[in-house]
Design a protein around this ligand. Structure first.
Ligand code: HEM
Length: 518
């Protein structure tokens, strides 16, 4: 019997191998330049190499192959772009052709999962989640959580005071991660008080962003489709995805507890008060206009199971979890890069301190005072220009055949922006594009707003939903720190920063002395 099966198995294996080889030469056959890597794997080994973080490797390739090039990782094919017009085309003008985001198959099928989230969902499901979630990040909602965020900032100040009292330097990235986790824990995961430096999920969350785990995760790109689900289940039970599960369990409990508490309050005739956090806001949220979207293509039509105007418990857990994952490291990194740039540009730091002293004279810093910190905003914008974050998210999946700058793009092709190159393109930013010059955001910024030229939070309908929250957290914390301290570099500070990472880029460390101001 096995003898009879042999020819069929051989044909099947040969078929799979030939298909992999055919895909490996995909861009070459179309005359698009790019790194070939190895047969079957494409550039997968470069993606997991520790030599250079992924986004910086892509920047090197742009230098070599130009502003449009392609690469493959197993069966996944990616077109990389760094021309602002093409970015605008993909993210805005041709949004209907590119409404999915690049995803590794090991992340599962966002169409089928009960607990999908805003980051992974696409089509109608994404639109519904986005419509329901958007009010949660409005000025009105952020104003309500300003006190909680300030509480977290003041708690971090206590830890900074303790740690810096003897003149010891502080590793600021670690401190900022404690702050951002505390904020998300308190506004999206049901945490009732500060857990700074004692939160049991801190190592679990941090692990998600560590290089070795991120690299393992990338393996899904090169597996044949029939193996993806098997490997996914193994990873879910063991490594990185085990961390996802722990976070999900904590959030699920918080949401269920809140639902029970609301039911009990209702039974006892207690009037619902002001929403305390995102869980309350999500439980209250309704999308009245969700079925009035006018897309004329089939992808946005409602599937029977997701027409509910309110979020299901699973969806609330999905949203809160993704806010933790999308908001924890990004905001902490942005604060770390700003800190480094301020310490290495003392004149700019002084100017910022003067603004903070002028605009925030009271012990507490109000939501309205934050909007007066214009120079602070320039510092944050300029930081994200020089050190863009989460750049892997600045990607789209082609959903229907189209053309992009003369290149035919087939459905299933991923389009990735090389944000690092875009943000220092001399034709947009001038000859001193690599320099830190926040004051230029104060003056005529028309040339900065070349459409598609500056995308720290992405662009178009899928732009980062947490942008205003991130700015609010950063402004509040930096204002409190800079009123009291000046950042100074020391022997342990790495200058220039040593950048590490796999799918993301982060500084190896950001050691700072916090010198008390007179
Ligand atoms: C400095 C901090 C942050 C940076 C630099 C950042 C950056 C980004 C980028 C580049 C994208 C992709 C946008 C696109 O595809 O057009 C994104 C999407 C997203 N971000 Fe952020 N982010 C930050 C903070 C946050 C925070 C605090 C949250 C939530 C609490 C958050 C939640 C999300 C979500 C849910 C998406 C997906 C949006 C969608 O597809 O509809 N981010 N972010």
């Amino acid at each position: 019997m096995s003898f009879l099966l042999f020819p069929w198995i051989s044909v099947a294996v040969l078929g799979v191998l030939s298909y992999y080889l055919w895909q490996w030469t995909y861009w070459k056959r179309r005359g698009i330049p790019g790194p070939l890597g190895y047969p079957f794997l494409g550039v997968f080994l470069d993606s997991i190499s520790e030599e250079l973080p992924g986004p910086l490797k892509v920047r090197e390739w742009t230098k070599k192959y130009g502003k449009t090039f392609g690469f493959t990782e197993g069966l996944m094919k990616t077109l990389v772009i760094s021309d602002p017009d093409l970015v605008q085309e993909v993210f805005v003008k041709q949004y209907d052709n590119f409404y999915g985001r690049k995803r590794n198959p090991i992340q599962g099928n966002s169409e089928k999962e009960k607990r999908t989230n805003l980051f992974s969902a696409q089509g109608y499901r994404w639109k519904r989640l986005r419509t329901i979630s958007s009010p949660t990040f409005s000025n009105n909602s952020l104003r309500k959580i300003n006190t909680t965020v300030e509480d977290c900032a003041l708690e971090l100040m206590r830890h900074i005071e303790e740690r810096s009292a003897g003149g010891e330097p502080i590793e600021m990235l670690r401190f900022y991660q404690e702050f951002t986790l505390d904020v998300i824990g308190r506004i999206a995961m049901g945490q009732t008080d500060s857990q700074m430096f004692k939160n049991p999920i801190f190592p679990v969350v941090r692990k998600l962003f560590q290089g070795s785990y991120s690299r393992l995760f990338l393996i899904g790109a090169v597996l044949p489709p029939f193996l993806v689900e098997i490997v996914r289940q193994i990873l879910l039970k063991t490594l990185k995805m085990g961390s996802f599960r722990k976070i999900n369990v904590i959030t699920m409990k918080a949401v269920e507890d809140r639902i029970k508490q609301r039911e009990e309050d209702e039974k006892n005739g207690i009037e619902p008060g002001e929403p305390q956090d995102f869980i309350d806001l999500f439980l209250d949220a309704k999308a009245d206009d969700v079925d009035h979207f006018g897309e004329d293509n089939g992808d946005f039509t409602k599937s029977a199971s997701y027409t509910n105007r309110q979020l299901t418990t699973d969806e609330i857990v999905g949203q809160c979890t993704v806010f933790l994952i999308a908001g924890f490291d990004t905001t902490a990194l942005s604060l770390s890069y700003s800190t480094y740039l301020l310490a290495t540009h003392p004149g700019i730091q002084k100017k910022l301190q003067e603004e903070v002293d002028r605009e925030c004279p009271d012990p507490e810093i109000s939501f309205d005072q934050l909007s007066k910190l214009k120079f602070m905003e320039c510092v944050m914008k300029e930081t994200l220009r020089l050190y863009p974050l989460g750049t892997f998210a600045n990607s789209r999946k082609c959903m229907r055949a189209t053309r992009l700058g003369g290149v035919e793009v087939e459905p299933g092709t991923m389009v990735q922006v090389d944000t690092w190159t875009l943000h220092t393109d001399k034709s947009i930013w001038g000859e001193d594009a690599e320099e830190f010059k926040p004051e230029s955001w104060l003056s005529d910024t028309d040339h900065f707003f070349q459409k598609g030229g500056y995308i720290p939070f992405g662009l178009g309908p899928r732009q980062c939903i947490g942008m205003r929250l991130a700015y609010m957290e950063e402004k509040l914390l930096l204002a409190h720190i800079l009123r009291k301290y000046t950042f100074e570099t020391g022997a342990k500070t790495e200058i220039p920063l040593k950048l590490v990472g796999a799918a993301t880029t982060q500084p190896n460390s950001v050691w700072m002395h916090l010198k008390l101001r007179n």
